[in-house]
Design a protein around this ligand. Structure first.
Ligand SMILES: [Zn+2]
Length: 343
């Protein structure tokens, strides 16, 4: 790995922008990443827009989400228009554009409802496909207008898990599998494809519980999804998860666990990838061993091609350490970090 992990740069951008949070005029960042999309390895451009942020984060927010770091409460329609215009001036066309907003693209408070569709129109003049993210509660209102872009827009929803207790107690998501199913079905009935994010290892889960939860969740939601992305936890600034991590009560998942989840789902017909933020780093999924780079590359190569040989070829002696860690946790009946294990 001789380049900066593109998703890791998103985290860096967050830290950087915390220092200049008064910024209203510039989008957060743009970069490219590769993914197996539309049946082939595709280079996708990512644009992270700076908005007022997720409305849920103003009320409470999810336990792992530090994306408010990239937001500014005073950003309105004009600032968003300017961000998009300046982005499209530099990057007018391509195959796939992903727009992330650190919130929901279809939240009318975050992005003016008229502007939402102006953005879609402008982007689809130069790009073949557009991927945006949204919580499910905003979908119903935009369906009528969204319909005509069927086949060219994909809506990503971060369900994280299908387990109601994990969503409520570990993630604090404030929506559940039923809400997701309703929105996903409505989108697909109108020709809009659905991408679903799962969170590997929400807080309070042991390594084994986390693996089982992601496997079960992916199987549960596959019938409602056109694309699944397994996102292993990365520790973001100013979150509950960061607090637990600092106190020695949380460890991000092992890369072994990511591989296990992906391998266990090989019979699922929906494409499943895992683009890992801070892979191999302490704050991201890691084995904590010399194999971290090899595993990160293997998972990345798999996610770009869906070729399981990249995962099946991953071997290392630290598999025993990972298994022991899991067993100690199960015996203790509680999620642990290495700090606790070494005490
Ligand atoms: Zn190893």
């Amino acid at each position: 790995m001789n380049k900066v992990d593109p998703q890791f740069s998103r985290e860096i951008a967050g830290i950087r922008n915390a220092i200049t949070r008064s910024n209203k005029t510039d989008y957060v960042t743009t970069y490219t990443e590769k993914e197996f999309f539309n049946g082939k390895t595709t280079v996708e451009r990512v644009l992270i827009m700076r908005t007022r942020g997720c409305s849920w984060s103003y009320h409470s927010g999810c336990s792992m989400c530090g994306y408010w770091d990239d937001t500014n409460p005073d950003i309105g329609k004009r600032e968003l228009e300017n961000q998009l215009t300046s982005f499209l001036r530099d990057y007018p066309n391509g195959e796939v554009l992903k727009i992330f907003t650190s919130g929901s693209f279809f939240d009318p408070i975050e992005i003016d409802p008229v502007l939402q569709f102006e953005i879609i129109e402008m982007v689809l003049r130069g790009y073949t496909n557009l991927i945006v993210e949204s919580r499910p509660e905003y979908i119903r209102k935009v369906l009528g207008n969204l319909k005509k872009y069927g086949g060219r827009i994909q809506v990503a929803m971060g369900l994280e898990s299908t387990d109601p207790s994990i969503l409520k107690n570990s993630v604090n998501k404030n929506y559940d599998f039923d809400d997701f199913k309703e929105a996903a079905s409505a989108l697909r009935e109108n020709g809009i494809s659905v991408r679903t994010y799962l969170l590997l290892k929400p807080p309070f889960l042991t390594e084994r519980e986390a693996i089982n939860d992601s496997i079960k969740s992916a199987r549960d939601l596959a019938p409602y999804s056109d694309f699944i992305s397994i996102n292993p936890m990365n520790i973001q600034r100013g979150t509950l998860v960061e607090k637990m991590y600092r106190e020695g009560n949380y460890r991000p998942p092992w890369l072994w666990s990511v591989v296990t989840v992906l391998q266990s789902l090989r019979d699922v017909e929906v494409p499943i990838v895992s683009l890992i933020t801070a892979s191999g780093k302490k704050r991201g999924a890691h084995n904590g061993h010399t194999c971290d780079r090899k595993f990160s590359e293997g998972i990345r190569n798999y996610s770009e091609t869906l070729d399981f040989s990249y995962l099946d070829g991953l071997k290392c002696d630290c598999k025993e350490t990972w298994k022991n860690f899991s067993e100690v946790e199960e015996e203790a009946g509680v999620a642990m970090s290495e700090v606790m294990l070494n005490d």
